[in-house]
Design a binder for this molecule. Structure first.
Ligand code: BGC
Length: 884
């Protein structure tokens, strides 16, 4: 039977706060094979029963079941809409109407009637206290409430309350953006929560990223000096009238019992100062002070419909340890980002003090040094109730361990929980195989993602940094997008990237950019500037392109088009005869072939810069093609050819030796297709030689590592790629696993074989960058590969790389069309391959090392030598063969 399994809006199941009609997609279910959609019909209504139809597409002959746009419907602000679809397929079946998807519009073009209001004054500039603001109001008499939508944002962080209850389950709102250009507001449905007569709304406000103490140079007030709230509560009554409650000078403010809260340093709360019931009716706030109005450009406010930070999971302690030095430490068994929630009983004035950290030192003692100046400290002063429960709210910590510096009573595991925070994204990738270490590596990569996708893709979540380093986000983008649904996460961040670009198209090292103008104390940045490093700045092109590849999303290419072009043009402008470099370059950052004590790997800067210049130019030309911008396509694809030629002239000797004899130089040349065809074999051989010189180990940094396995396996060296992946001694991915890592480390030698550590000045144990090998697990080991010509996995290329001595691999990727599954089993030389291809897509299955085909029902393989190729429609397939 044909049905629509799931309908999505902007790739989510529901949205709250949109300014434009979302793109629509749906997943098809059927018990048939080779299902193709022939036509669809979409309807939009204000009510979930579709009594009144606002829009009906009629039957549209189309096979599009993703990225479908409806343009001819006029949306109204603060309004709920429902969408449903039905389809017909190539087997003559017709689906019933799908379940409904729904969304609420944001403010759209409605002006904000209220102002930003603050309970702070100019003397609070350097203050990290939390303040409260509140306002009682009554509903209009007469008619009942039909709907009530709240639009709210803040300068700083906020938590909003209605009649004593927190509104929504988002945390760290409104998130971190390039606030001067782009400040998100959130939209919540309060229709059911308003009381008939009197109501109170209020908020807590904290410094957060807006005015807090941020960056490794520990500056503050990057965007402003006072926290402030803005909101607009739009109440529609059933008689058609409307009431609007906004932030204005009728609100009152007061200090909160949270005396201090900062992203890096943690939180101090004195519960004895709690103003019980402050956010509810019946509270006497006559002593509160009037708020002040803060001038701020309201035009920068934009709706955030999804992908907000939430409490995603709670972990129990795995052990409570007493260290050699006598400290009591709670071990949560997993490096993560979030909060510790604790229960405590004691007397008024008793304290709980927690220090959060990542790892124990070689003697098993508390190790805080790699946090640098970040305190990661939470202090709670008890009010003396029977049982008090607390977690911080306007900070977050990166930790596995917690040192309990003070706690009244016995420290019992049941009184502590680690709340895992990250941006709310659906899990899309699953990987399981017969090698447990590889499974743990996959786990560590996933947790690296979780720990660092806290609203912004950060380099690390624990030390005084946690910045949106563009290079890290670039190299990890594809891996992240196999693991989780990153589209809306990256769309938000890329918007900031384009806002923060220099007028000339230069791309900041970190986005949101808080380094420019704030790094006099950093020798490298002060001298070399804060933008435009190869591999870092290329996030401007590679990340939107990756979104296109993974989701078939042209909107992100449209939105980022000028930004992408700006970056390519920047490189062109700063190149000399198409070889470029510019001020500070990170090169093959933290590679092991760096000189003693240096972070900069041995691969020459101009080679790295020019390789990325070629790569980004090529991707940009493809983006131009995808958007039918023929002139740009022609211009930039010609430019790409010229850069490749220059690269070859400059870096290859006439006999085919790549001038820079480093692993990374060879990887880039191969993976970015910069090798003259006659020299390919020599280049691959030299790469293998360079591996052997290090006893099969990599010595690569941020630039070479992500593509190492690809560069080998795409050039017939699958065996070497597997060996590299499965290496267990230092330096290698599994070395970390064997050392007990639960996330990915910043350095191959973060923890050295002799138990000592890399210098504490830069030694994160939760840095996703080297987790970029994750894409090799999906794209090559499982072999779930996207096709540039039919992106978003409309056409799936399935080409598993069987090897590594594994007896089985099971991997799935939840594409926008549905689940793609690849499982392979090997027994002696007999391989069983199971494949699932989602409906309304098709796949090409490619087998290498094909000896004899044993069975392949419904799969028509064309065999040539030892390779086999078959095209299949949707469905489940099993192929059995003997390996050559
Ligand atoms: C960060 C890196 C980043 C690098 C750039 C470090 O401090 O943690 O991941 O990309 O600086 O130099």
């Amino acid at each position: 039977m044909l049905s629509v399994k799931k309908i999505t809006l902007d790739y989510e199941l529901s949205l709250s706060g949109v300014d434009n009609f979302p793109v629509i997609g749906w997943e098809i279910a059927s018990d048939q094979q080779s299902v193709k959609q022939i036509c669809y019909q979409l309807q939009v209504s204000h009510d979930k029963y579709f009594d009144v139809i606002l829009f009906d597409s009629g039957l549209i002959n189309s096979d599009a079941s993703a990225n479908v746009n409806i343009n001819d419907i006029l949306l109204h602000p603060s309004t709920r809409y429902f969408v449903r679809v039905r389809i017909n397929d190539n087997h003559g079946e017709e689906s019933p109407w799908s379940a409904v998807a729904e969304f609420i519009t944001g403010m759209m073009d409605t002006p904000w009637s209220g102002d930003f209001i603050s309970a702070e004054n100019s003397a609070d500039k350097d203050n990290s206290k939390v303040t409260l603001v509140r306002k009682p109001f009554s509903l209009n008499k007469g008619s009942a409430v039909a709907s009530a939508y709240l639009h709210v944002s803040a300068l700083g962080l906020y938590q909003f309350y209605l009649n004593g209850q927190k509104v929504g389950d988002d945390v760290l709102t409104p998130g971190w953006t390039s606030y001067h250009h782009h400040l998100l507001y959130q939209t919540y449905d309060l229709s059911e929560q308003l009381q008939r007569d009197d109501n109170v709304i209020g908020a807590e406000l904290a410094a957060g990223w807006f005015k807090g103490d941020m960056g490794f140079t520990r500056d503050r007030n990057y965007y402003g000096e006072q926290t402030a709230l803005i909101c607009q509560l739009v109440i529609h009554y059933q008689d058609g009238t409307q009431q609007i409650v906004v932030t204005d000078d009728s609100w009152h403010g007061e200090d909160s019992p949270i005396l201090f809260s900062e992203i890096y340093d943690g939180e101090i709360c004195d519960a004895s100062l709690e103003r019980e019931g402050w956010n509810n009716t019946g509270y006497d706030a006559s002593y509160w002070r009037p708020v002040s109005l803060i001038p701020y450009d309201k035009k920068v406010l934009t709706a955030q419909s999804a992908c907000k930070v939430k409490k995603i999971a709670a972990l129990e302690p795995v052990a409570i340890i007493t260290t050699a030095q006598g400290d009591t430490v709670i071990d949560f068994g997993q490096n993560l980002s979030g909060w510790v929630e604790f229960k405590v009983s004691g007397k008024l004035g008793d304290k709980v003090i927690l220090r959060h950290f990542e790892t124990l030192d070689a003697e098993g003692n508390v190790y805080l040094d790699n946090l640098r100046s970040a305190k990661q400290r939470v202090e709670y002063v008890l009010k003396g109730d029977a049982e008090e429960v607390y977690h911080p709210q306007f900070t977050y910590q990166g930790f596995r361990y917690v040192k309990v510096e003070s706690y009244p009573g016995k420290i019992l595991p049941e009184n502590f929980k680690a709340l895992v925070l990250h941006s709310d994204m659906a899990h899309t990738g699953h990987f399981n195989c017969s090698n447990e270490d590889l499974n743990q590596l996959h786990h560590n990569i996933l947790w690296g993602l979780k720990g660092n996708f806290v609203d912004v893709p950060t380099d690390c979540p624990q030390r005084d940094e946690r910045l949106g380093w563009t290079g890290d986000a670039q190299i990890f983008c594809r891996t992240a997008s196999y693991l989780m649904h990153t589209r809306n996460f990256f769309a938000k961040w890329l918007r900031d990237l384009r806002h923060d670009q220099t007028p000339e198209g230069g791309v900041p090292h970190v986005v949101p950019d808080i380094l420019t103008g704030h790094c006099a104390n950093d020798i490298n940045l002060a001298a070399g500037g804060t933008h435009s490093a190869a591999a870092w700045a290329d996030a401007a092109v590679i990340n939107p392109w990756t979104m296109y590849l993974m989701y078939g999303d042209t909107r992100i290419l449209e939105n980022q088009y000028q930004s992408m072009k700006g970056w390519v043009d920047f490189m062109l402008t700063h190149s000399e005869n198409l070889i470029w470099r510019y001020k500070l370059q990170f090169g093959d950052w933290v590679a092991l072939d760096a000189k003693e004590g240096s972070y900069f790997g041995a691969t020459p800067t101009d080679l790295v810069c020019t390789a990325y210049f070629a790569h980004s130019t090529e991707l940009f030309s493809r983006a131009a093609k995808a958007l039918n911008r023929t002139e740009d396509f022609e211009r930039y694809s010609a430019l790409h050819q010229q850069i490749v030629q220059r690269f070859q002239d400059e870096f290859f000797t006439p006999s085919g030796r790549l001038a820079a004899r480093t692993q990374t130089a060879h990887i880039l040349a191969l993976y970015f297709n910069l090798v003259p065809e006659p020299f390919r074999e020599r280049t691959v051989n030299t790469l293998v030689e360079l591996l052997r010189e290090h006893d099969g180990h990599l010595v690569t940094g941020f630039v070479g590592t992500p593509y190492f396995c690809h560069a080998l396996s795409q050039n017939g060296r699958e065996k070497e790629a597997w060996e590299l992946l499965l290496k267990e001694d230092f330096p290698s991915w599994l070395y970390q696993v064997k050392a007990g890592a639960t996330t990915i480390w910043e350095h191959w030698d973060g923890l050295k074989p002799d138990g000592t550590m890399w210098s504490a000045d830069m030694n994160s144990f939760n840095h996703y960058a080297y987790g970029a090998v994750g894409e090799w697990l999906y794209r090559s080991v499982a072999g779930i590969e996207a096709d540039v010509d039919e992106p978003g996995f409309k056409h799936v290329i399935i080409e598993p790389t069987i090897g590594g001595g594994l007896s089985f691999v099971d991997a799935t990727y939840q594409s926008i069309y549905g689940e793609i599954a690849v499982g392979w089993k090997v027994l002696d030389e007999r391989v069983t391959l199971n494949v699932t291809v989602p409906h309304n897509t098709h796949a090409t299955i490619k087998l290498s090392s094909l000896g004899e085909l044993l069975s392949a029902q419904d799969v028509d393989f064309k065999q040539q030598g030892t390779s086999g190729v078959a095209n299949v429609g949707s469905g489940n397939y099993t192929v059995e063969y003997l390996r050559a």
